[in-house]
Write a protein that binds this ligand. Sequence first.
Ligand code: ADP
Ligand code: MG
Length: 263
Amino acid sequence: MGRVIAVVNQKGGVGKTTTTINLGAALAEKGHRVLLIDLDPQGNASTGLGLFPGNRTTTAYELLSEEGSLAECLAGTVYENLTIVPGSGDLAGLDAELSEDPHRGQRLRQRLAVYDGDGFDTVLIDCPPSLNILTVNAMTAADTVLVPLQCEFFALEGLTQLLSTIKRVQQRLNPRLRIEGILLTMYDKRNNLSAEVAVDVRENLGSQVYDTIIPRNVRLSEAPSHGAPVLAYDGDSTGAKAYRRLAEEMLATRAIEALEGAG
Ligand code: ADP
Ligand code: MG
């Protein structure tokens, strides 16, 4: 299994799902074998890749609730190199269902650990807008956390809580967990506030913030209703270009880390 990245922010509407779909599609376009795991009961990442609720059979719910195996829950998409474990509304009940299981936070990690099918280069986990057991499972299974921040006045609000949850997961469940990067999303270049927020976030979080910024782009919001990543829906849009740049930045950072690790 390649690098496992949890896309996390307990705020809704900050660009988690849009980032999961389009970063995944951009990496797949470069020939990376990408697996998306949709852990949001809303299932927006699944719908956004053309998997509508009626044709989802085995989902992330089966993966986490029973002795489900990853191999059984994989679904192909029409996009090359892009495989998904679809989401399901049933995921919403999992917090309560697993309350008696002392190992409930480690289910996803365990399922990935015993998987012996075809490998993936990158696994992206789309998380729900809360810090519940689904998000804990994602962070326990992950190597890194990618945090999208919307360029709006309250961008940093909630970040302290998120960082302390990450720290708690590191201490109790997953000591190797790192921050993959912080991604500024929905940047509006006609709005001074966006620029101010971007400066403020960089001052606070420094080199953890990606150079790549995702602009506000209507094509990004239209693409999901066509069941397509923006790269397929309008490959020349500013949104598509931004997610391709993000994929390149991520891979360049990874290559440098690998060199440093070897040295
Ligand atoms: P989350 O998964 O964090 O709840 P989404 O990715 O679903 O957030 O984004 C929330 C809404 O904003 C969606 O309707 C999505 O299409 C739209 N959206 C996300 N990113 C952008 C962007 N860069 N430009 C325009 N619309 C966007
Ligand atoms: Mg979402």
